[in-house]
Design a protein around this ligand. Structure first.
Ligand SMILES: CC(C)(COP(=O)(O)OP(=O)(O)OC[C@H]1O[C@@H](n2cnc3c(N)ncnc32)[C@H](O)[C@@H]1OP(=O)(O)O)[C@@H](O)C(=O)NCCC(=O)NCCS
Length: 360
């Protein structure tokens, strides 16, 4: 790299084995910046994560090659940069992020960091770069998604991404549900879904997944990238086996995070037909995250999405009674899933753009 702005260092992030290790300072600083930047962009702290809960997610895994840097500008750490490369056979994609303190914007740091991301991605044989960016509500000109669903303000990040050769492909809606007082409504919706879902039963577990469900859970996880609406984005098909499920689970359990999986089981075949994940960190008074939800294609049309979400949220009242709310992310064109969330009571909080650049 010859053209870095004066005073800029992109320092490869060292991943320590523990946070008490003497070499953990950069990792801690990366997490501090991550949380500060998300709060600056969104105006809330619900995306915050403690360093010890992020560390397991950074440990090397055979399914993902991860490059990370911290951004040092005139001696201060002002942000972080990352590039994740799925390791599936024939993988083409790379998922990147550049996140800078607002005070560091507009000095050419983003441009230099993106040039480095592109250089590494090309060297690794990747042809598609994709990224998610939150675009807080703002007045002024807007950019519409080619899906026809949703738009974002043409803000600094949007201008940067466009100038960098990325195109906006999809809008993701971030929604929030207040849990206080939600139980009666959830019970009514669950009863309705149970009537429509005759022939299925709810099964629930906290991690680790019981052995009897690992294979079916692995298969459902592999469908997430193929079956969720993905506009013109590209995803390498993922292969999940029991060992990958166990590594995925360790990313939560090694840090004391708690996940409740609620699945719908087809009674006659024993097959799992749908699932939903609810997650909370060690601080059980913090926000809950609703992560993956999927109804397997062959089992759609039986209200299984509503079934697993309501059964999960009702059980959650006992798992984390002090968690005030749940956050979730959905593609703006994913009407079936948004309709379920809206009926449950999730309300839009903010919007993200999903951006793509094809490298030639
Ligand atoms: C988006 C972000 C990374 C940009 O970083 P930055 O250091 O402020 O950007 P730069 O100073 O390198 O570039 C700023 C300007 O150069 C332009 N520019 C950037 N790359 C360019 C290129 N290759 N060619 C021409 N112009 C370019 C941009 O359009 C922008 O122009 P503007 O000032 O008229 O708006 C930074 O604002 C940020 O961290 N935002 C929050 C997180 C985020 O949204 N990240 C993006 C996706 S993960």
């Amino acid at each position: 790299m010859t053209s870095l702005p004066a005073g800029l260092e992109l320092r490869p992030l060292h991943i320590p084995s523990s946070l008490d290790a003497p070499d953990a300072a950069d990792f801690r600083e990366m997490v501090r910046l991550r949380n500060l930047i998300y709060a600056e962009i969104s105006g809330h702290e619900d995306s915050s994560m403690p360093a010890d809960e992020l560390l397991p997610l950074y440990q090397p895994k055979p399914e993902m090659k991860r490059f990370s840097w911290i951004v040092v500008f005139h001696g201060d750490v002002v942000g972080r940069v990352g590039l994740d490369l799925p390791q599936e056979d024939g993988a083409r994609t790379g998922f990147w992020l550049i996140e800078l303190r607002r005070s560091a914007w507009g000095h050419g740091i983003g441009r230099a960091a993106f040039a480095e991301i592109e250089r590494v991605a090309r060297a690794e044989g990747r042809t598609v770069l994709q990224a998610w960016a939150e675009h807080p509500a703002a007045d002024g000109p807007r950019l519409a998604a080619p899906t026809g669903f949703g738009s974002i303000p043409e803000d600094h990040a949007a201008r940067f991404l466009t100038a960098s050769g990325c195109t906006l492909e999809q809008i993701v809606r971030v929604s929030r549900l207040e849990l206080d007082g939600s139980r009666p409504h959830l019970e009514a919706l669950l009863a309705e879904a149970e009537t429509a879902a005759a022939g299925y039963r709810v099964v629930q577990w906290t991690l680790p997944t019981p052995d009897e469900f690992v294979e079916s859970f692995a298969w459902m996880k592999s469908r997430m990238v193929t079956d969720a609406p993905s506009a013109d984005l590209e995803f390498d098909e993922e292969v999940w086996d029991a060992a990958r499920v166990r590594r995925y689970e360790a990313g939560y359990t090694d840090a004391g995070r708690h996940m409740l999986v609620t699945a719908a089981q087809h009674v006659d075949s024993g097959e799992l037909a749908a699932f939903n994940e609810l997650v909370i960190g060690k601080d059980r008074t913090a926000v809950t995250s609703q992560e993956d939800t999927l109804v397997v294609a062959a089992h759609r049309g039986h209200r299984l999405g509503m079934l697993v979400k309501c059964a999960g949220l009702l059980a959650w009242h006992d798992v984390a009674p002090q968690s005030p709310r749940v956050m979730t992310y959905n593609a703006e064109e994913n009407r079936p899933m948004l309709s379920i969330n809206e009926r449950i009571g999730f309300a839009p909080l903010s919007y993200e753009g999903v951006w793509k650049k094809v490298l030639d």
